[in-house]
Design a protein around this ligand. Structure first.
Ligand code: ADP
Length: 614
């Protein structure tokens, strides 16, 4: 990737310098520690044991060879064969090997257990954060990338980082113990040992950085692949994909993305392994140089044969310890880069949840919009312009306008899913942004046209309207009655306990109109809310059902505020105030009678629809 810089988000993490990037190591270790302290301690102790013993083994190995030589000499000189010392030493070495094996098993056990717990913990952290985020953040593609990256990679990285940290410790201990023995041969040998590993290490970290850049740069593509998978393979899309024959086309797109990504992957892998081989040769040269030197020392009798085998073994094992240490550091560098995406996501600022106020200065003032304008982030045109309106408690408001005129946006502002760019929205005389979020939520009940269809029980789908009564069967039935859903629910195989959706066993699918009745019942769960908003949730119902539902709705909202968006004028005309929106502006307002008298846009549309019904 050196020849062209891929477009993508800024690479803060990679540019913050080599050591800056280790800043997550401490947090990863803390994370593992709080996840399970006992396992962490066990892991540390076992690591220590597995670190020290290999040097002890080499040392005993040397003693064995010298003891054998000594016993041979004695046997030759005196004819007495004494093997006690040799056998004892062999037994000691066997014991050491058994202990090393045990420690390694223990390490892998601890790691497996920690991995499971840590994966769960990190996923929970990611989801906990997701709950606190704003709608606008989910709609922001750059932010969504962060979320996807965090979810894809970062959940396995903390343990990997900790494993490597311990692995590093283990190999360092081994290396130091080898060095203690090897330095008796020559301090230079120790130096050669360490220096020979450095080139491949430098290369390795460089390539880790590049792999990470690649990973970041391609996250929009990865996201597209994940999306294509859902479109092709999920039940809610299958109908269209099949009937329009979209399958092969989408699959081709999926393949093309892979091909593009694969090319970059292959190039990196080839360079990584190519350089790895070349630089690895330096290590091999160092090893055999030292081999010759040690052999020479044995020939001139500066060291015994036993010592020669020991030094050779120390050098060989020392070299693999050095490369293990260096690759652990390289890996830690990489893990840190990936963890930076996790923490970048976890540290996304969220709107401060300062305890707002729980009541306004004018409790019966209702809702006021004062010169409210709003443009979606990244949009070139304002979705709402200079909106003024006032709704008193006990009144109902109907919004009329073409698709895309801004009706839903108005509701999103009212429910504080977005904040106005200009002007302000008051409830009971207080700006929405000064309200306590919880209080505000409890006061407003909304059903959007794209309401959620949860793959839960029917009853829970209704109960979702009020978390405090999520499981309350009596409340479900009451709400379903008002939402006209009770009839068909009684006919379902397990009534209110029927599983909905196709993802889970025995799930039932509902018709569009039935789903809408469920959604409406959800609105009727909100008996405490004094502002109720229905955004076209009756579009899939027949006119008679819609009229009946609005009757219930009106009864329920007598001293409250009701806001509805509908394309059916038979319903709209019942509202005490009607506003007509066009391109984000209010162009007409008044009661049905007033607007008919005005003879403008509303009157035209009304007459048009009335003619259609004749
Ligand atoms: P209506 O409810 O009247 O059909 P909306 O309020 O949904 O219309 O949309 C008003 C305008 O805002 C449209 O031009 C639409 O394209 C745009 N819009 C709606 N939602 C978003 C969004 N999440 N991000 C950007 N633009 C949006």
């Amino acid at each position: 990737m050196a020849h062209h810089t891929p477009p993508g988000p800024p690479l803060e993490a990679t540019t913050r310098g080599f050591f800056g990037v280790f800043r997550f190591s401490r947090r990863a270790i803390e994370l593992v520690w709080v996840t399970n302290g006992r396992l962490t301690v066990a892991l540390a102790i076992l690591t220590l044991i597995a670190g020290v013993l290999p040097a002890a083994m080499a040392f005993v190995g040397a003693l064995i060879i010298d003891a054998v030589l000594e016993a041979t000499r004695v046997a030759k000189d005196t004819g007495i064969v004494s093997l006690t010392r040799v056998f004892t030493l062999v037994a000691v070495e066997a014991l050491i090997v058994a202990t090393i094996t045990g420690a390694q098993r223990g390490i892998s056990l601890c790691q497996a257990l920690l991995r499971a717990q840590l994966g769960q913990r990190v996923n929970v952290m990611i989801l906990e954060k997701a709950i606190t985020l704003e709608l606008a953040q989910f709609e922001d593609s750059e932010f969504y990338d962060k979320l996807t990256r965090a979810r894809r990679e970062a959940s396995s990285r903390p343990l990997s980082l900790v494993n490597r940290t311990f692995g590093l410790g283990q190999n360092l201990i081994s290396l130091i113990s080898y060095a203690v023995l090897l330095v008796q041969f020559s301090p230079w040998a120790v130096l050669i040992l360490v220096l020979a590993g450095l080139p491949s290490f430098v290369a390795e970290t460089r390539f880790s950085g590049q792999a990470f850049t690649l990973f970041r740069w391609r996250s929009p593509e990865t996201r597209m692949q994940i999306y294509l998978e859902t479109v092709i393979a999920r039940e809610d899309n299958v109908k269209e994909v099949k009937l329009f024959g979209l399958g092969p086309l989408l699959l081709q797109r999926y393949r093309d993305i892979f091909q593009r990504l694969y090319k970059a992957d292959r190039a990196l892998a080839i360079r990584r392994d190519g350089w790895g081989f070349v630089l690895g040769l330096i290590g091999t040269a160092a090893l055999y140089g030292a081999y010759a030197w040690i052999a020479f020392a044995a020939v001139v009798s500066r060291i015994t044969l036993g010592q020669m085998t020991m030094y050779l073994m120390l050098f060989r094992q020392g070299q693999s310890a050095v490369s293990a240490i260096l690759s652990a550091i390289g890996g830690m560098y990489e893990d840190n880069l990936y963890l930076s995406t996790l923490y970048e996501y976890l540290e996304t600022p969220v709107a401060s949840s300062d305890a707002g106020k729980k009541g306004g200065p004018k409790p019966n003032d209702g809702i006021r919009f004062e010169a409210v304008s709003f443009t979606y982030p990244g949009a070139s045109q304002a979705a709402l312009k200079e909106i003024d309106l006032h709704i008193h408690p006990g009144e109902s408001l109907a919004l009329v306008g073409e698709n895309g005129s801004g009706k839903t946006t108005l509701i999103k502002l009212l429910t504080r899913l977005y904040s106005p760019d200009q002007g302000r929205i008051l409830l009971d005389g207080m700006d929405l942004k000064d309200w306590d979020e919880e209080t505000l939520r409890q006061r407003i009940g909304v059903i959007f046209q794209d309401f959620s269809r949860y793959q839960f029980l029917v009853g829970e789908n209704i109960g979702a309207g009020d978390v405090r009564q999520f499981d309350d069967e009596n409340r479900w039935k009451d709400a379903a009655d008002k939402g006209m859903a009770d009839d068909f629910i009684e006919d379902l195989p397990s009534g209110y306990m029927t599983q909905l959706g196709k993802w889970f066993k025995d799930g039932q699918e509902l018709s569009g109109g039935q789903w809408q009745k469920i959604a409406l019942s959800r609105a009727f769960m909100r008996t405490d809310a004094d502002i109720l908003v229905l955004d076209e949730p009756t579009a899939a119902m027949d006119a008679a059902a819609e009229a009946k539902i609005f009757e219930h709705f009106r009864k329920l909202t007598q001293n409250r505020i009701a806001i509805l968006i509908s394309h059916r004028f038979s319903t709209v005309r019942m509202a005490s105030q009607i506003i007509v929106i066009e391109n984000g502006r209010i162009i007409e307002r008044g009661s049905h009678e007033e607007l008919m008298e005005l003879g403008g846009h509303y009157a035209n549309l009304f007459l048009l629809q009335a003619a259609g019904y004749k």
